[in-house]
Design a protein around this ligand. Structure first.
Ligand SMILES: [Zn+2]
Length: 193
C-alpha cells in the first residue's frame, strides 16, 4: 500500500497549524501540531499507520505497543493492519512511569514494535520501554509520527523510524518577531510542536 506523507495528512486534517503560539517551554513559535485533529479522523489515522506497517513489515512483529493516549490509537490501528495483537502502556498506579495493565500477557520472546505520536523528549516512549523491560520480549523497533527532537532523542540500539521530522523555530518572548508585530498569542490545548 502506498504511504502518504505524514505532513500532508496533518495538514489535510487541520492538525498542522500556523499562527502565534505559546509553547509548553514558555517560548513562542509560529507552528504547532494538534495531533488529535488527526487522531479524531480514523481514515487519516489509518493512513499514517500504514507508514509504520510498511517500514517494519520485514521485522516479524508479534505485538504493537503504544503509550496513552495517542500511542494507543496508533498501536491499535497498526496492529489491525498487521493482523496481530496490540497492547497499551498506561500510567502506573504509583503515578510514576507506565505499565501494561488490565491483565496484559505478552508471549515470551515476542517481537515488539512501539509506536507513539509526537517525539519531543522521548519520555513516553522511554516509559513504555521500561514497562516492557518487565516482560520477556524483544523491542525490535520504534515508530513515531513526527520527530521534533531533530534526531537528538535515541533509544540505544533500537531502530527509531519517524514518519516525519520537523524542527520548529521558536523564540523567547522578548525576542519573538510575532510579539513585535502585535500578533495575539495563543496557548494551544495539548502537545505543542
Ligand atoms: Zn510571541
Amino acid at each position: 500500500m502506498p504511504v502518504k506523507d505524514v505532513f500532508e495528512l496533518l495538514r489535510s486534517t487541520g492538525a498542522l497549524k500556523t499562527g502565534h503560539f505559546l509553547l509548553s517551554s514558555g517560548r513562542h513559535s509560529d507552528v504547532y501540531v494538534e495531533k488529535f485533529d488527526l487522531l479524531r479522523q480514523p481514515v487519516a489515522t489509518s493512513e499514517v499507520c500504514t507508514g509504520f506497517v510498511e517500514r517494519f513489515r520485514d521485522e516479524r512483529i508479534d505485538v504493537v505497543v503504544g503509550p496513552t493516549t495517542g500511542g494507543i490509537l496508533l498501536a491499535f490501528e497498526t496492529a489491525r493492519q498487521m493482523n496481530i495483537a496490540a497492547a497499551y502502556a498506561e500510567r502506573a498506579d504509583s503515578g510514576t512511569g507506565r505499565e501494561l495493565r488490565r491483565g496484559t500477557v505478552l508471549p515470551s520472546g515476542a517481537r515488539v514494535l512501539v509506536v507513539d505520536d509526537i517525539l519531543t523528549t522521548g519520555g513516553s516512549v522511554r516509559e513504555t520501554l521500561d514497562a516492557l523491560a518487565k516482560h520477556l520480549v524483544e523491542v525490535v523497533g520504534i515508530g513515531v509520527l513526527v520527530d521534533r527532537s531533530a534526531g537528538k532523542v535515541q533509544f540505544g540500539d533500537i531502530p527509531l523510524h519517524a514518519l516525519g521530522a520537523q524542527v520548529v523555530e521558536s523564540w523567547a518572548a522578548d525576542e519573538c518577531p510575532l510579539c513585535a508585530k502585535g500578533e495575539p498569542l495563543v496557548k494551544p490545548g495539548t502537545t505543542v510542536l
